[in-house]
Design a protein around this ligand. Sequence first.
Ligand code: ADP
Length: 467
Amino acid sequence: MKKLSARAKITLWFSIALILIVLLTYILIFSVNHQVIQKTIRDNLIETVENNVDEIEFYNYIGKDDFENDIDFFLQYGDVYLEIDDDFLDEVNQVYTALYTSDGEFVYGENIIASETAKLEFSNSSVQKITVEGELYYIYDKQLEAKGLEGLWLRGVVSETQGEQDFTTTARISLIILPLLVIAAIVGGFFLAKHVLSPIKQISDAAAKIRQGDDLKQRIEIGDGNDEIHQLAEQFNGMFSRLEDSFKAQQQFVSDASHELRTPVAVILAQCELSEQKNDGKTDDIKIIERQGKKMNRLINDMLSFTRMELNPQRYAFERLNFSELCEMLCFDMSLIKEKDITLEAELEEKIFINANSELISRLISNLISNAYRYGNQNGHIWVKLESEGGMTMLSVRDDGIGIAREEQQNIFRRFYQSDSSRSSGGTGLGLAMAKEIAQLHGGEISVESILGQGSTFTLTIEKLAK
Ligand code: ADP
């Protein structure tokens, strides 16, 4: 359950609730309806028989006129006569009524299960049950008490399935309609949940983009609205704006500070030169000051170009760039560095084009190659390889230098991070952070593979343009 999305959870919960409600409704419809129908059938039976009681009369003698003018029915019963009124209902709503003598002899009326009920004793004013061919019948007997009618019985018969038909049609319709409604509600709910939850997805996507790419310009766009989700999105956007503002202010400060520091550092370095001329050579103190001054100068320049790039990336125009030629040029220039007698070999696929800013991309590649020199071993090697696969191109810079410990690999792209072993290397700790930033600005990414003591490979992956 924990792994399910919020959308799936909501849909699942209300689907289960709906199905339970429908099942409960079915049970209620079936049981209540069944009971009501059974009671109605029995009441109907009793009422019909009771009404028929009054429709039977006794006569000692009947005149000729009585036979001719009356539409009622007369029949001889022993020495006397019985008059069955025309209101006597021998069949109404499938309730059958018949008149019997107390010996069970049929006198008048209708009984569809006469032979089966013949064995059944008369039981005054009570409902009995009998099953005939799997069908249940209710029987209601009534003893006639009027003068002259003693010893006669009325027997009413009705089948249990009478009236069931109407019920089963209702049940059948509800059996089809209710599940259809449930399915419609579940499908509707599924899409509604998607609709309601999509802004949350947008919020989380925007937050993820900010986290991955440090892109504080991201905003959540979910249109107009005043519900809780819109308020949440608004709060998030407000937070992103404030973060962006304070981050910009911080970058601006670093940029301004670096800029201001340039002049004093330039003056210090110039004074070192002057003192060399005065003293006919540099003293040890001056050498230390000059070395640190130069390091500070590199740091200031790196910080300045980094913050400028971040504050104003649009000043770097992108163009269709022949990546193969650019790499070849840089490899040639840098192979001239005669550091630790390291040899640089290049294997470059031709005619690879990318959409890039040549100044930034050159800075990225030079950073990787200078690191390979800086952390390479005496008489070591650097291999630069440019290749492409699918729509992507990969530039890798491999060395057989000191390598990077596994636990340090995730830190080396952070600003000012330097491993302990490389603190005295003269670097500033900003090279890889800048390389990563440049790669992201180009929609690409940079990765590292390294084994301590054996060497490292840095790979830039970037989309290539058609030839
Ligand atoms: P730095 O100016 O110190 O070189 P970077 O940001 O370029 O700063 O690199 C950060 C750290 O990553 C370095 O201090 C070093 O420890 C490690 N590193 C970078 N490139 C290599 C490499 N080719 N071989 C070994 N370690 C490297």
